[in-house]
Design a protein around this ligand. Sequence first.
Ligand code: AMP
Ligand code: FES
Ligand code: ZN
Ligand code: ZN
Length: 318
Amino acid sequence: MRCRRCSKPAVINMRQHKLALCGEHFLGWIPAQTQRFIKKYEMFDPGETILVAVSGGKDSLSLWDLLLSLGYEARGLYIDLGISEEGYSSSSLAKVDRFVEKREGARLKVVDVKEVYGKSIPQLARERPEQKTCSLCGLVKRYIMNETALEEGAVLATGHNLDDEAAVLLQNVLHWQTGYLLRQAPVLPSTHPRLAQKAKPFFRFYERETAAYAILRGIDYIYEECPFATGATTIFYKELLNRLEGRSRGAKLQFYLSFLRAREKGFFLRMLPFGPERIPSVNEGLELGECERCGQPTTAPGLCAFCRLWKVAEAEVG
Ligand code: AMP
Ligand code: FES
Ligand code: ZN
Ligand code: ZN
């Protein structure tokens, strides 16, 4: 297989684009595509501060690397979840620290969940056997990401890739979660002063492409999945989609892009009470109040899900 641009041996063949590239041309193609999507989807402007949520994995570290290379004011945020099982949190942080040491201009903020809120994620999860660890952890991460982005006056960027997005889409479609479908997007504008704008600049890349970028750029990342993720439904959905992709080239990409087109045409709005005649903001169709404790918008009366979680935890301690 030869590079389409220069005929040198190709390092990657992206069958969904019928495009094989050598290392050098692939390392030019990824940033150019990312920049194109940042603009097309109005994710952020060159002068804005970006807070990249980095997990120590290939996607988020590659994203941070790429945004810095493109000249963005991109800061990193690592959330230490306190997962000591298999040394997961400390190994992840070590990868992030190594990246920061090597990369000039990389500024990192670490939020240690146990230090700030009194309990690590596994401790919190043990007290709530009825809740899945991953969903509880997701709630805490999303909250901290939003709060930190607001503090820094930044747009939040996460490393979600197309495999992540297509798996969530499949899950939402299987359950016809119309509210979630309406809010699943490459960019979520801020619709409330307490909500930061959120962007996923890698949403068009397959996982193998972000992995190839990380390897070619010499980024050392954590390979292991979180110990609580084993058997998670999203992993199963990713496998299903990869089987589909094996049969039909570009199936994953088409699945997601066709969804975006349907969404832009207002398809999912027809399922909401106010009908398709207006294009609503992402929060419409939801009854939003403000949390009594932190002020974040919430659909629940009184406290938001995050504050409820810690209030119960405090009551148990006290
Ligand atoms: P995940 O939900 O683990 O698939 O991660 C999705 C995205 O969330 C990653 O690409 C990161 O941008 C972000 N993320 C996940 N875990 C962390 C963490 N511990 N600290 C900061 N950001 C994270
Ligand atoms: Fe949160 Fe695995 S990263 S439970
Ligand atoms: Zn080439
Ligand atoms: Zn709250």
